[in-house]
Ligand binder design. Sequence first.
Ligand code: IVH
Length: 679
Amino acid sequence: MSQVPDDVREKAEELSRKINYHNYRYYVLDDPEISDAEYDRLFDSLVKLENNYPQLKTADSPTQKVGGAVLDSFKSVKHRTQMLSLNKVNTKAEFMEFHRRIIELTKIESADIEYTIEPKFDGLAVELIYENGILTAALTRGDGITGEDVTFNIRTIGAVPLRLNLNDEMPSLLEVRGEVVLSISDFERLNKQRLEKEEEPFANPRNAAAGSIRQLDSSVAAGRPLDFIAYGAGEFEGVEIGSQVELLKFFKKAGFKIPEYADEKRSYQEVIEEYGRILEHRGSYRYEIDGTVIKLNDFEMRMAAGELSRSPRWAVAWKFPPSQEQTMVEEIFVNVGRTGALTPVAVLKPVRVAGVTISRATLHNEDELKRKDVRVGDTVIVQRAGDVIPEVVKVIKEKRAGTEKKFEMPDKCPVCGARTQRLENQAATRCTNKSCPAVQKEYIAHFISRGAMDIDGLGYKTAEKMLENNIIKNAADLYHLKKEDILRLERMGDKLADNILNAIDKSRHPDLQSLIFALGIPNVGGYLAGVLAREFGSIENLSEQTVEQLESVQDVGPIVARAIYNYFQEAQNLKFLQRLKDGGVVFPENNATEITDILADYTFVLTGSLQFCTREDAKSKLEALGAKVASSVSGNTSYVVAGEKAGSKLEKAKKLSIPVKDEDWLVSLLESGGKNIDD
Ligand code: IVH
């Protein structure tokens, strides 16, 4: 390689400096000084120099922000210090309780306690690691202990400096923690584009941000207008910072975006006032926020307050109440899910609720629909809280004009046209056609999921595309796929096709519990699948049981017994099982030893909405570890896991003094395979 002449090196450095500066003006300050064309000229000049002298292409060169690198998988990396999560409060009284705890722990007079207050951004938490001022790694939070290395995607974010903008006091190490976010307007634009391309829209800005960062092809992230806001530090060396206010000011100087109005210390009264102000303006923020974060300002005081295993005692998230708006129901349609259940959905006149435009709200089922008496043309109150799917709270009956139309659940499936039916004692109306395309689509997502056949590497989207393109007709067809079939999919490469085939191949030896769970028999979750596996030892034996025999098994009630029996009576299901076998799936016999039941002694109740997965998913994951998941709190409950908006069950748990855990706890429990139960 030829030596870089001094003048070329200097020219390149000057261009880098300029481009970094203009990036900062544009992405961080939102106040560009030059036109896009001028910027492009600078950028192209640097690209040219770097092409002539590839040695100039260093990790902190602004040309490295454009993306293009593709990975096979993410590397797991341990955080130097754990990335904690936050305890939550919902009311002023609860905040005051937090404040009193702080007084107790720090032994400081109430009036002398200083806090900061920041919006709580609803995005993806990451940690950026700078060594001697250069961005060397970026990790997701993961479970707090270990994250995934997403450096190549984080690099593409305009507001992330590749080199700290500091001359003096360059820290030898600085771990910047903050949130990757997408502004609400960019989110809405992105979803519009996705709809135009017939791609599934993202549910909320957080999913869009997380979905962009967890991509193996960095050009995806580069194409999304992601932003980064710095609000915390991991480890740092070579710089003196003693408080949150100092930290944020330092971040600002180094070239980061920080939360507005956060670099001010406040008394607890001022925190309460500021909370009120932020709440009042929640709809006018650029980013989706779901509350505020209040932190002790002084780092030494934080030490005195201490930390719990997963969250600090020196900070708290004060959440917003769900926000409500009025709008009109323009239409009601039904959606068909995995078990064939028909869910009525209201199409709304688009309305902004807490900053996000919503145009749909679930009406759950026929009874809900009747109870709320929602009609087409009605004026309704809708609400959303954080990640909760928007829902209709109530109809404003006074606004009825008499022209509103009642909605009846259809007697034909809107997807395949087959008859629908609602069984006695069940809330759901279902499509009766087992091979209804809507059912197959949802079913396959269950079939390939963890806890079931665990076909890691075949994404749900890919499976869906295979169905849509008639490459497969059902889940069993996966085991008959040939490479040339897979290659017929759009944007499918040779390597990816091989990976998919490998992943499918690996799943050909399931344990019995997973296989039974994968069948998707109504009401047979992971836990029951385990019971059945232990009791009957093989699919064949299970299929030969009578309803009475099934019912005699502990934990198997009459409805489930009937469902299992019915499953094996249907010719279509037997054909499906045979096709699995023909495709090389080995049906295990009597391998009861492999079944995990580490949580067999525990009963959980899940309440509120979870962020990482649906309650159904969490339930089957717990059950797969042997736990029982009950629907109501009683003296037998071991733990209540409360997500957002947890209501009466939480109250009851408190009354009965049953330990209440948050979602982070649940996630790390599941990740530990149940071993962390005593944490
Ligand atoms: S501080 C111990 N500040 O909330 C400090 N977190 O439940 C923990 N978040 O994973 C983080 N905005 O994703 C902090 N201004 C803010 C935040 C914030 C959003 C998220 C973050 C974290 C979660 C904690």
